[in-house]
Design a protein around this ligand. Structure first.
Ligand code: ZN
Ligand code: ZN
Ligand code: ZN
Length: 252
C-alpha cells in the first residue's frame, strides 16, 4: 500500500495569501502546503481522503490517471471544494465517481453541488453517493474502519486501513475511538499550530495522542502557518514523529 500526502496545510494553505510571516516567506518547498488530502493506492484501487480546493492541482502533480473513490472525512469547504473536477475522471472512466460520506456530509455535498444533483445540464460532474457504515466497509477490496472523532461541535470520521490510520481535523478523540487505534503502526494526525485552537489539536495535544497510540511512526498534517517553518519545528520533535509535507510518500 502506498500513501501519498497530497496536501498537508490547513484551510487557508501555506503560504497564506497576503501574509508576510516567517513561515509564509520561507523558500523551503516543505513550507508550501496545499489543503489537506491523502491518497491511498494498492495494485487494485486508488482512493483519496477529501477533495479540497487544490484537488485538481494534486491530481495533476501526482499524475493520478485513475481514481476509484473519494472518502470524505467531513463537509468543511477545505475538504470538499474541489469536487467539480471529478469530471475528468468521469470522462475517462465513462462512469460516475464513488463518494463515501455519512448522511450529514452527503446533504452538504448535495447543497454545495446542487447543479450536480439537479442533473439538468450537460458536462456536469457525476457523483455516486455511498454511505459509510459505522463499523467497516470495503472499496474494491480495501477495508476501511471509520473512527469517530470530534471537530469542535461536529462528529467527523478518521479512518483505519490495516496498520495505518488517518485522523484529520480532530480536537478530541473519544476513548472508544482510541481503542480502535490500538496496534496502529503508522498514524497521521492533525495539529494546526502550537497555540490553543477551538477546533483542532495543537502540536502538543497531537503528540500526547501519538504517545498513547504509540505507533512506529507518526505524521502531523493540517498544518497552519503559525506552526512555524518545517525545518525548525521538525528539529524540536521527538524521534518517530514528523511534520508531514506535500508529496511525502510511505510504503506500508
Ligand atoms: Zn480542514
Ligand atoms: Zn503566514
Ligand atoms: Zn474542518
Amino acid at each position: 500500500m502506498k500513501i501519498t500526502f497530497l496536501g498537508t496545510g490547513t484551510s487557508q494553505g501555506v503560504p497564506v495569501i497576503a501574509c508576510e510571516c516567517h513561515t509564509c516567506t520561507s523558500e523551503d518547498p516543505k513550507d508550501k502546503r496545499l489543503r489537506t488530502s491523502l491518497m491511498v493506492q494498492t495494485d487494485y484501487v486508488t482512493i483519496v481522503f477529501d477533495a479540497g480546493p487544490d484537488f485538481r492541482q494534486q491530481m495533476l502533480k501526482e499524475h493520478v490517471i485513475k481514481l476509484d473513490a473519494i472518502v470524505l472525512t467531513h463537509e468543511h469547504k477545505d475538504h470538499i471544494a474541489g469536487m467539480d473536477d471529478v469530471r475528468a475522471f468521469n470522462f475517462k472512466s465513462q462512469d460516475a465517481i464513488d463518494i463515501y460520506a455519512e448522511p450529514s456530509v452527503q446533504e452538504a455535498v448535495k447543497r454545495e453541488y446542487k447543479y450536480v444533483f439537479d442533473n439538468r445540464y450537460a458536462g456536469i460532474p457525476r457523483m455516486r453517493l455511498n454511505n459509510i457504515p459505522p463499523d467497516e466497509f470495503e472499496i474494491k477490496g480495501l477495508r476501511l474502519i471509520p473512527i469517530r472523532v470530534k471537530h469542535k461541535e461536529l462528529d467527523i470520521y478518521g479512518f483505519r486501513i490495516g496498520s495505518f490510520a488517518y485522523i484529520t481535523d480532530a480536537d478530541y478523540i473519544p476513548e472508544a475511538s482510541m481503542e480502535k487505534l490500538i496496534g496502529v503502526k503508522y498514524l497521521v494526525i492533525n495539529a494546526l499550530r502550537k497555540q490553543k485552537h477551538s477546533s483542532h489539536f495543537t502540536l502538543s495535544e497531537a503528540v500526547e495522542h501519538i504517545r498513547k497510540v504509540s505507533p512506529r511512526k507518526a505524521y502531523i498534517t493540517h498544518i497552519g502557518h503559525q506552526m512555524g517553518r518545517h525545518k525548525e519545528v521538525s528539529d524540536e520533535l521527538e524521534p518517530g514523529i514528523m511534520l508531514a509535507y506535500d508529496g511525502l510518500t510511505l510504503t506500508i
